[in-house]
Ligand binder design. Structure first.
Ligand code: CP
Length: 302
């Protein structure tokens, strides 16, 4: 699972269905099927993470497998060891699957070409974040039913967002139109090249009322995006209470986290329990990662 670019709707729906069947394990602590063998799931996280890393750890544990975590700080990467050498050494310890988060776009694919175990991309630079987009699609499908014909606004720092890229692939494959909204420096018109299922605009207020769902993104300060935005960002692109009232009834609000409250999303919006799906995304993320670990183990055995 390196990215969603080449996954068709049938495969995407089948992953979402599998995750849906695992949701009671996450929500209610229902017993998950006992594995024939306890697998070792390596988690190599070379960028900060709260949700994705813990979610993979919980998912592996819920499935009866053993997570093994290595973060950049304190590892021999600090001594100059390469990403591929690090991954190869972990694989040589007998891991069954390696989950990787790295700042290098294409980092997970590079590792996958060089080690003999299945690799899962947990976010590679600005490129893709496939399990995030799968959990987003799962949340949207639960709220909206079929995504065919639905309009999903993705608002914010599109330029630097691997979440936006993976969502474009997944949501358009499932028949939705993705409307990308952001300030010019963070939303080049070249994103329209993604195809007919993608629209691009700098005018949030002009598209709010057409939305079936709204996904807010934070400004990626770690990728220097802060220099590209004005201090009045919230007035043009923040999801304020006033904007919330202009959305249709039942339009869900998503955010991959971490939120910058008072910048891209107001406190009262994230706390709106009728609309905010933000913690539901996190719950579904565990089920998605359980499904992805299962799938990776099957592909490794095959
Ligand atoms: N959504 C997401 O990737 O969050 P983390 O960076 O905390 O993993």
């Amino acid at each position: 699972m390196l990215g969603l670019r080449d996954l068709g709707s049938e495969m995407l729906e089948s992953i979402l269905d599998r995750a849906e069947s695992l949701l009671p394990v996450v929500r209610d602590g229902a017993a998950s099927p006992v594995p024939e063998r306890r697998a070792m799931i390596g988690l190599l996280f070379l960028e900060n993470s709260t949700r994705t890393r813990c979610s993979f750890e919980v998912a592996a544990s819920r499935l009866g497998h053993q997570p093994v975590v290595l973060t950049g700080r304190g590892s021999s990467l600090d001594k100059g060891e390469s990403l591929v050498d690090t991954a190869a050494n972990l694989a040589a310890m007998g891991l069954d699957v390696l989950v990787i988060r790295s700042a290098i776009a294409g980092g997970a694919a590079l590792v996958a070409r060089n080690i003999g175990i299945p690799v899962v991309n947990a976010g590679d630079g600005r490129h893709e974040h496939p399990t995030q987009a799968l959990l987003d699609a799962s949340t949207l499908r639960a709220r909206l039913g079929s995504l065919a014909g639905k309009r999903v606004l993705i608002v914010g720092d599109i330029l630097n967002s691997r979440v936006a890229r993976s969502n474009i692939h997944a949501l358009t494959a499932m028949g939705a139109t993705v409307v990308l909204v952001g300030p010019p420096p963070l939303l080049p018109w070249t994103f329209a090249e993604f195809g007919p299922g993608v629209e691009v605009t700098h005018d949030l207020d002009g598209v709010l009322e057409s939305a079936d769902a709204v996904m807010m993104l934070r400004i990626q300060l770690e990728r220097d995006a802060g220099r590209a935005v004005a201090s009045d960002y919230r007035f043009a692109f923040g999801l304020t209470v006033d904007r919330l009232t202009r959305l249709g009834p039942g339009v869900p609000i998503l955010h991959p986290g971490p939120m910058n409250r008072g910048v891209e999303i107001d406190d009262a919006v994230s706390a709106d329990i009728a609309r905010s799906s933000i913690l539901e995304q996190v719950t579904r993320g565990v089920a998605i990662r359980m499904a992805i670990i299962d799938r990776a183990l099957e592909s490794g055995a095959g």
